[in-house]
Ligand binder design. Structure first.
Ligand code: PLP
Length: 370
């Protein structure tokens, strides 16, 4: 089976972990600090704060931005559940907004319609590794004094008008979960140019302790990253450009192979964007998508649907009053998307197998064998 994702772990990851174990400093320590500095530099941000997951990073970002009960946060329903859950954790209100047909990212025109006197922030997601449209979001946010949070969990090393993901909003978040473009098992990061946001996020991960006075100034959590995790992430960071180029080149090979195949819509890349292909996601008609997925599975090619259900249809969001039909673009996308293996661990022969199997699967589809 060709897997949909696979972490690449080399000798450096192993020796880095071993030296942390031998140092006896296993919790948040010097390696975390080192990772924060390297990551801030990568993103072109002045501050980076490491935490133990992408979810924790979003929670800390919302806290840092001062989001709490009574505040409305606008976000996309077409994302991983962790984008929106922290809004509820902070006691704020989730306001979903439909996505664009092409990039499947939040639609700035529709954001405009969702703004009320209670709106405080927008969480945009760089879905599959393609940055959202921050120029348009910025002009809306500035007009209404809103904070933009960039969920860049899938977009490390992506670019938008020459600027890196992590520096496209007021505060950004990343995940180093095992399937992400760089990983350390579980881990997360916050980047920002705002000193106050960085200070607040840094406190939040450690029970909101004001370290100068050993005083707990607010409710906080234990969201600290370990030096073991940081040591793995540091080794991964050294190979980030190599990993990214491989994903982009694999995606290009797929685009070439699929452009003439009827029934497949290949992923869109907007001008002035560097898409880092956390996922390579095609669209096929809703009546054929699940059949194609099964055909691929039966022929040793794993694939995945990100995401099978838009968030507003899950019970903990639906009870806010959402229902089927509210976000037609997201709802249709959830029935048509299919992500294929694109990760850097794929051999050239794997890529050719994926192409061959997808093409055969589409023909099989046409013959109405499903
Ligand atoms: C992975 C991911 C998260 C959450 O990250 P974890 O590290 O799993 O908590 C949030 N948002 C998006 C878009 C993600 O892909």
């Amino acid at each position: 089976m060709i897997p949909i994702s696979k972490p690449l772990i080399g000798e450096k990851e192993k020796s880095n972990v071993l030296s942390v174990l031998e140092s006896g400093m296993l919790a948040q320590g010097p390696r975390v600090k080192e990772l924060e500095q390297a990551f801030a530099k990568l993103c072109g941000a002045t501050h980076a704060v490491a935490v133990n997951s992408g979810t924790a990073a979003i929670h800390a970002a919302l806290y840092a931005a001062g989001i709490g009960p009574g505040d409305e946060v606008i976000t996309t329903p077409f994302t991983f559940v962790a984008t929106a859950n922290p809004i509820l954790m902070q006691g704020a209100t989730v306001v979903f907004c439909d996505i664009k047909e092409d990039t499947l990212n939040i639609d700035p025109e529709k954001v405009r319609e969702k703004i009320t006197s209670k709106t405080k922030a927008i969480i945009a997601v760089d879905l599959y590794g393609h940055p959202a449209d921050y120029n348009k979001l910025r002009s809306i946010a500035d007009k209404h004094h809103l904070i933009i949070i960039e969920d860049a969990c899938q977009a490390v090393n992506a670019e938008y008008y020459g600027k890196k993901a992590g520096s496209l909003a007021d505060i950004a978040v990343f995940s180093f979960y095992a399937t992400k473009n760089i990983m350390c098992g579980e881990g997360g990061m916050i980047t920002t140019n705002n000193e106050k946001f960085a200070m607040r996020a840094g406190r939040f991960r450690h029970h909101c302790r004001d370290s100068a006075h050993y005083d707990y100034v607010d409710l906080g959590y234990n969201y600290r990253m370990t030096d073991i995790a940081a040591a793995i992430a540091l080794a991964q960071l050294e190979r980030l450009n190599e990993f990214t180029e491989k994903r982009i080149s694999n995606a290009k090979t797929f685009n070439e192979a699929f452009k003439s195949v009827g029934g497949i819509v290949t992923p869109v890349v907007m001008p002035n964007v560097k898409h880092v292909f956390h996922q390579y996601t095609i669209r096929v008609s809703a009546s054929k998508r699940d059949g194609l997925k099964k055909y691929l599975f039966d022929h040793e090619v794993d694939s995945a649907v990100f995401y099978p259900k838009p968030l507003h249809l899950y019970p903990h969001f639906a009870r806010l009053g959402y229902k089927q039909g509210d976000f037609p673009v997201a709802e249709l996308a959830s029935k048509e998307v299919l992500s294929l293996p694109v990760h850097p661990a794929l051999a050239e022969s794997d890529i050719q197998s994926v192409i061959k199997t997808v093409k055969r699967g589409m023909t099989f589809n046409e013959e109405d064998n499903f």
